[in-house]
Structure formats: structure tokens, C-alpha cells
Design a protein around this ligand. Structure first.
Ligand code: VG1
Ligand code: CO
Length: 547
């Protein structure tokens, strides 16, 4: 095998964000850009030496534009860095949760997942890359920091001279001294789902006329959902819409929320709506759950799955604990309390859940951003959440809306909303955060109408397993009655800055729970504006996306 050592210079901006390195495709296509990051990963995990004998890497992505080209480059670099074997999804496809499952099942040392998740794709869109460790989860900050440091010191990378691998042909191929095994991207994942959920009960539910609509948004879950929902669970053809993955996601924004999944929303709020609707994102780790004319808030979904977990065979013995990201509502905390299990509050991003799951402290994890998952893998998992809901519905046989209403009546409702202000000038966003933080000394005790500030802080987290400290994770303003507002800057955007404002209030009275969240939160929304000088500083009259 011929290996070339190519001289290179460090890039300044290869710091991984909330979920790996995400940039415009044009940036990734800059000479040596992808190569530098990949070499920095290999140098970090192999300690600047060749890979240990017998190492297996998992490789795949969400099928977006530049996926195949990037895979060919990474395969040649893997061979040049002494990796013995790469498992790559056919067509270059592996959803993020499927990649996690494959890493775990085949005891690989880790994986490279190519995705910018819910960000748009295509030549003008975004691309991304993320390193996951042997537990199947995103590398913890310790490792991503080391990768970044290494990328800043890099002077060369290694790449094999070899022909392209045929990504569409399943089975073994040889690249230099390395074996490339092109695998079915769906099979291992589907088998894992069958081991967790009562497929017979779901099949019976669907066979009885229960109607489902799943929107794959022309992203990676198409083949997974078609295999599982239509083939294995017997849902009629057409249950999965937008099921063919396209490099530009059909021009859409593969983000399963009420704004971007508008086709599904129209179906679920239309006449003759199906009983259950769901969507997933670019790389298959997010989920949106809808009932007929009804939206399930992701924070509620986590709580509800926890409360009903034992209905699914994989969780029949109960759950060890729950973890949620800080901005996620405290609905799950109430369920944990009732179940007598711990509930952990972590910073945003799935990488903070890995240690807790590895230590057996938690079974279920969730984020308000349409992310739910469990210790079956180490990523959030869109279709898993959909199947969990179908399993619950198959057992309880009441509509989605009724399940949520009964849950609120029993536990109280954490009325919740997130307002996103996308593509703000970075200095405006930074100025707003600095202004708000500057007020923190005076805020406690101040009254805003009926709301009195109880505390405010910049959230930081000490990992209970390895003691590592993460700071600057979001500005919190808590009120005496338990309501709160959180301000956070996104770590996944690629244009300017995205400000996220998370609003939460608690309603214990069932007679007042069935209200519109925006109405119920109107006063808090106004307080958020006043505290941060939002309108004045951004000139925006309304959020880009409301969830
Ligand atoms: C967003 C979400 C966060 C999620 C992350 C990755 O991050 O808020 O909860 O973990 O995306 O999700 P941020 O920093 O933009 O708020 V995925 O589906 O893009 O991998
Ligand atoms: Co995603």
C-alpha cells in the first residue's frame, strides 16, 4: 500500500460544538479541512502512533451532500493510519443511533459519523463530522478538547493511494492492508428495536386500523422507518412519507419541529388526520410526536415514556434513573420522584449522558430539543421514541392527547416553550448575554408583576462519574413559584449566532392545564424580553422558531 504524508497547516476554527464539528459544505471542501480533523482524531485516540492491531472503526452518515466523497477520504486515511477494518453502512448511510448500535455490537473502538443533523444540506448547506467512542456515544469534552488541541498543532496527515471503495456493494473489499466491510445499515438496528418493544402488540394495533404517518423528511430514517413500520409492523405502504434520503433533503430543513415539518403538521391537523404522527431529523436521532390535532412537547414525551416505561418489554424491570439536559422541563423530575429513582440535570448535548448510562445510573435520557433515548445505545434515538410511543399506545388503547392529559392531571403540567432567534449577528447575541449576566447581581428579590426572582446563575456541571467540570452552559433565572427562564447560545449553528430562550411554568390544577403554552407563558415571555433587552438589541419582533 502506498501511503502519502501530506504537509498541512492547522485551521483556527475546528473546535467541535454541541455535537461535533459543523460547517458549511464549502468550508469542508477547503483543501485539507476534513483531512486535518480526521488526522487530529486518529492522533488523539492512537496517541500519535499507528492504530493498535485489529482496530475496527465504524463509518457512515446521513446521506447528505458530500457524504460519499468524505467517506472515501476517511477510508483512505483510516488505511494509512493502520486501522485493520472499517464497517461502513451501504451507500454511506448510517443513522446516528444505528452507528451507535453498530459500534457497541461489533466492539469497535469508535466511529466517525458524518452529519450536520437537522441543519440543511446540499452544496450551499451544512456538513459535519463527529467522533464517537467505544461505548457508542459522542466523545466527552475531555476528548473533543484534545482533538481540537491536536488539530491546532498538526503539520501533516497520512492518506493511502487507492481506488474508491464501492459503497453500494455489500460485503468485504480490500483497501491496501485494510478490510472494508459494507454492511446493511438497517438490520442490526431493526433487530435491536425488536428486542426492546412489543412488536406483536404494535402489529395488532396497526392491523386493527390505527393509522400512522411517519415523515422521514428525505433524510436518513427513510429506509429504517420503511423496514420497521411498513415491513416488520405491517403498516400500509405510504405510512412513511418523504422516505427516500436525498443529498439536499429535497430542499427542506430536516428538523422535526412544528415549523419545518409543516407537511406532517398539515396532515396531523387536517381533516381525517391519522391517529399518530411522527418525524425524525437529518441523522435520525430526533423525534417529534403528534396525535390527531395534538402536539406532544418533547419534555413531556420524556416524562411520559418514563411513567409508562414498564409497558415495553425492554424496560419491564423498571428504570434505574433519568437524566435530562438543564433547559429541558422538570416534567421528568416529577416522574422520577414518584418512581423513587434519581434524576440528573446535565448541560445540553448527548455527550453528557454517556458517563451516567455507562455507570448504570440512568436508563432514560432526554432533551427539550426533540431528543429522547435510553441506554440501549449512547445517542438519542428518533425511531426508538416513535416505537416506544406505539408500544404505549398499543397497550393503553387511548388517544395520544388523552394519554398526555391524564399524565398532566396526575403529575401536574410543566408548561413549556422554546423560542429560537436564528442567525443573529454574533456580537449582538454576545452583547445580550453579557448584559443579562451583568444584571445577575441585582436580580434576586426583584419583582416583575407576580413573579419574584429567586436565583440566577450561569449553569455549570460537575460530572458525577469523572469529576470533570463544564462551565458557561446557559443563563438561568428562577422565580419563587418555580417558573424559570433560561438563555443559551446554540453550539450547532453555522450562521451568526442562534439565541435560545427556554420558558417554563408549573400548573398543578387540571382545570387550567389545557391551555395554549404561549398564552400561559405570555408574562414570562415579556419578562425575558425586558431582562435581556431582546427586542431593542436584536430588532426582532418574534422568534424564528417557536416550540
Ligand atoms: C442543539 C440542541 C441540543 C442537541 C444538539 C444536537 O444544540 O439544542 O439539545 O443536543 O442540537 O442535536 P444547540 O447547541 O444548537 O442548542 V442533533 O440532532 O443536531 O445532533
Ligand atoms: Co440529529
Amino acid at each position: 500500500m502506498n501511503i502519502r504524508t501530506v504537509a498541512t497547516k492547522p485551521f483556527q476554527d475546528q473546535k467541535p460544538g454541541t455535537s461535533g464539528l459543523r460547517k458549511k459544505v464549502a468550508v469542508f471542501k477547503t483543501a485539507n479541512y476534513l483531512e486535518n480533523f480526521v488526522q487530529a482524531v486518529f492522533d488523539t485516540i492512537f496517541d500519535n502512533a499507528a492504530a493498535p492491531a485489529g482496530s475496527t472503526l465504524v463509518l457512515g452518515g446521513d446521506g447528505r451532500y458530500y457524504n460519499r466523497e468524505a467517506i472515501q477520504i476517511i477510508l483512505r486515511m483510516a488505511a494509512a493510519n493502520g486501522i485493520a477494518k472499517v464497517l461502513v453502512g451501504q451507500g454511506g448511510i448510517l443513522s446516528t443511533p444505528a452507528a451507535s448500535a453498530v459500534i457497541r455490537k461489533y466492539r469497535s473502538f469508535g466511529g466517525l459519523i458524518l452529519s450536520a443533523s437537522h441543519n440543511p444540506g446540499g452544496p450551499e448547506g451544512d456538513f459535519g463530522i463527529k467522533y464517537n467512542t467505544a461505548n457508542g456515544g459522542p466523545a466527552p469534552e475531555k476528548i473533543t478538547d484534545a482533538i481540537y488541541a491536536r488539530s491546532r498543532a498538526l503539520t501533516s496527515y497520512r492518506i493511502a493511494e487507492a481506488a474508491d471503495v464501492d459503497l453500494d456493494r455489500r460485503g468485504r473489499q480490500i483497501l491496501g492492508d485494510m478490510v472494508v466491510e459494507v454492511i446493511d445499515p438497517v438490520a442490526d438496528y431493526a433487530e435491536l428495536m425488536e428486542s426492546l418493544f412489543d412488536f406483536a402488540a404494535i402489529r395488532e394495533l396497526i392491523g386493527g386500523g390505527f393509522r400512522v404517518c411517519f415523515d422521514a423528511m428525505h433524510a436518513v430514517t427513510g429506509p429504517y422507518a420503511t423496514e420497521i413500520l411498513e415491513r416488520r409492523l405491517g403498516a400500509p405502504a405510504g405510512t412513511v412519507i418523504n422516505g427516500v434520503p436525498l443529498p439536499d433533503f429535497g430542499g427542506g430543513h430536516p428538523d422535526p419541529n412544528l415549523t419545518y415539518a409543516d407537511q406532517l403538521v398539515a396532515i396531523m391537523y387536517g381533516e381525517d388526520a391519522p391517529d399518530f404522527g411522527a418525524a425524525s431529523d437529518g441523522d435520525g436521532d430526533r423525534n417529534m410526536i403528534l396525535g390527531r390535532h395534538f402536539f406532544v412537547n418533547p419534555s413531556d414525551s420524556l416524562a411520559l415514556i418514563a411513567a409508562n416505561a414498564t409497558l415495553a418489554p425492554g424496560y419491564a424491570a423498571g428504570i434505574a434513573g433519568i437524566a435530562r439536559s438543564m433547559p429541558t422541563s422538570a416534567a421528568a423530575d416529577r416522574v422520577a420522584e414518584k418512581l423513587g429513582v434519581p434524576c440528573y440535570e446535565t448541560p445540553t448535548g448527548w455527550k453528557f449522558f454517556g458517563n451516567l448510562m455507562d455507570a448504570g445510573k440512568v436508563t432514560l435520557c432526554g432533551e427539550e430539543s426533540f431528543g429522547t433515548g435510553s441506554s440501549h445505545v449512547r445517542e438519542k434515538d428518533g425511531l426508538w421514541a416513535v416505537l416506544f410511543w406505539l408500544n404505549i399506545l398499543a397497550k393503553r388503547r387511548i388517544p395520544v392527547e388523552e394519554i398526555v392529559h391524564r399524565h398532566w392531571a396526575e403529575y401536574g403540567r410543566n408548561v413549556y416553550s422554546r423560542h429560537d432567534y436564528e442567525a443573529l449577528p454574533s456580537d449582538v447575541a454576545a452583547g445580550l448575554m453579557a448584559h443579562l449576566k451583568g444584571r445577575f447581581g441585582d436580580l434576586p428579590g426583584q419583582r416583575f408583576g407576580d413573579y419574584t426572582v429567586k436565583f440566577c446563575d450561569d449553569f455549570s456541571y460537575t460530572d458525577p462519574i469523572d469529576g470533570s467540570l463544564s462551565t458557561g452552559q446557559g443563563l438561568r433565572v428562577g422565580f419563587e413559584d418555580g417558573s424559570r427562564i433560561v438563555f443559551r447560545l446554540s453550539g450547532t449553528g453555522t450562521e451568526g449566532a442562534t439565541l435560545r430562550i427556554y420558558l417554563e411554568a408549573f400548573e398543578a390544577d387540571p382545570a387550567r392545564q389545557k391551555v395554549d403554552a404561549q398564552e400561559a407563558l405570555a408574562v414570562l415571555i415579556a419578562i425575558a424580553d425586558e431582562l435581556s433587552q431582546l427586542g431593542q438589541r436584536t430588532g426582532r419582533e418574534r422568534p424564528t422558531v417557536i416550540t
